[in-house]
Design a protein around this ligand. Sequence first.
Ligand code: HAM
Length: 429
Amino acid sequence: MSDAVTPFQAPIGTHDVLGASSAEWEGLIATFAQYAYRFGFELVITPMFEDVGVFNRGIGEQSEMATKEMYVFTDRGNRTHALRPEGTAPVVRAFIQHSPTTPWKAWYFTPAFRYERPQKGRYRQHHQFGVEVLGTDDPAVDVEVIALAHRFYEAIGLTRFRLLINSMGDALCRAAYVELLRAHLAANVDRLSDEHKNTWRKNPLRVLDCKDANCIAVTSEGPMLIDSLCPECREHLDHVIAGLSSIGIESQLDPRLVRGFDYYTRTTFEFVSDALDSAQNAIGGGGRYDGLAEQLGGKPTSGIGFGSGIERLLLVREAEGVEPRNLVNRSLDIFVIDTTGEDAATALVDELRRGGLATDRAYDNRSMKAQMKVADKSGARFALLIGPAELATGEVTMRDLRSDNFEQAQRKVARGDVALVVAELLTKS
Ligand code: HAM
């Protein structure tokens, strides 16, 4: 049935993953898991929904996320929950709840839900790889987190990406800067975009992120946070940039880089791809959030991490013309055909699978010809046929599905020897 006539479709801004693209997803997830493991991270899984307060902490600047983009619902127990719009706050909530040994290095792969206007590269449900490190403010950890993202992008074949870096300062130097910026915006309010004419007072930092030419003109004449950093924050940033450079990772200082969450302190960064339209060209981003644990009711604990959208990574790979790679090997070793209608196939596939062979079979007791067609399509290396004659003699017929020579392609093997014979042939082929 074509999509056009199905009564139900995936909701706007969401998508199904199947077929060839699911093999790419599997490959990317496996590669990320491998890199996270190499860098010493453990997998963390937290619930898909949380108390809304985990995301909407109601202090300081309010991010777009907290104000309008969350999927919020009240459950039957009258609790207000939100589907997670991002991965960081839930991980910090879990850290406070379980007090793992620090530094705690956790990675995740998760859907995230944001009620945004869908467009290419921007969805209402997207999926993120991410890592978080809690319990250290050593700039070496900033370097490591950024390096993990960078090495992963290289591993999946990306070449046209850049690392932008900035510092959001700490609670003190940033607050002083925000006042300077507010004063500058107040003096230039008439020149701001309509949106920011209304919101600059509450969210002055967001004006720095605005793509409107008038806002850019106003902010570029104004103060920059980089010039207001306290010596400790400036030193931290310099350390991170130098550390990255020492392992061959170049970064571009971008004083306009402010990210979409209110929790960031000190190091913030974004990886952008020059292969994508500039509107949605961030393939990953993150930073420090040294005050977040406290905001969530925990002890003061430094933290840093990043998130990277898998859909964007796939778009970039396509735009860069990267051959699908890092694919998980899904090819079948064996396809079992059984025309006896007994349990022979069930027993054989179980034995082969337990022996480590990727095995599939036909169902519905269809004709030999129909089952053979499925076997040919399956991509399996060998077909194993069980008909009444084979059942009677305790054998199976083994057929090499890649051979054109019918005589040589087919031979009988004793049922008890099948697993061994097939395994030997596969190692040779
Ligand atoms: P974020 O920048 O909002 O950060 O999202 C991380 C990445 O997810 C983006 O760079 C982008 O690749 C992808 N992404 C975000 N929104 C969408 C969307 N609507 N559709 C498709 N892809 C999207 C965070 O979420 C932070 N939690 C990152 C972090 C971790 N900071 C510290 N630790």
